[in-house]
Ligand binder design. Sequence first.
Ligand code: MN3
Length: 214
Amino acid sequence: MKMHYPFEPIPLEYEFNGLEPYIDERTVKIHYENHYGSYIAKLNKLLEPYPKYHNWPLEMLITHNKLLPCEIQKDVYNNAGGVYNHAFYFSMLTPFSPYNRYPKGRLMSAILKCFGSFEEFRNKLITESQSVFGSGYGWLLFEPNGKLKINKTSNQDTDFRLFGEKLLNIDVWEHAYYLQYTYKRKEYLENIFNIINWDKAEKFYSDYLESELI
Ligand code: MN3
C-alpha cells in the first residue's frame, strides 16, 4: 500500500453482502463506509494543513511518526494505523468458496510444520485474537526465515517490525462483529475462517520465499 495523501479507501473485491452469512451486509457496510471511511477522512483532515507530508506513504506516517509536528503525531499515528489495518483486513476476506477453505501449497506446508495441523493453527489464531484486551487485531505473520508466527496488537497499532511479512489480520474491535454476534467474539472468529482469502495469503508467502530463495 504505497498510497499517500489524499488517502482513499481500497475498493472492496466483493459486495457488502458477499461475506454472508459469516459477516452480515450491515456490519460490512458500516465497517467499511463509516469506520474505515472515518479513519481516512480524519487522516486527510489532519494532514491537509501540512503539504510537506502529502507525499509520505501511509507506512511512513506510522514508522516515522516522530518526525511529524508534535501536535498531529498521535492522531496521525492512530488514524494512519486505522487506514492501514482496515485496508489489509478487508483485502484478506473473500466470499465463501468450498475451494478456498484452506491455504494450499507452501503456506499449508509451513502451517503443518509450525503448528502440527490446520486445526491446531486455527485454534491458536482464534485464541490469540480472542484474548486481545479491548480492541485490536490478531495476526498471522512470518519471520525472515519463513517461520510462521501468531501475534496480536492493540487499538490501531501495526507491528512494523514485521512489516512486509504479514499474511493476515483479523479485526476484533467490537464494531467488526457486535451487530451480528453481540459479545460472542469467539463465534465471529470461528466463522471468519470460512471467508479468509487463503489464495492471497498463499501468494504473499510463496512470493516472499521465491524472492528470498529459501
Ligand atoms: Mn475495524
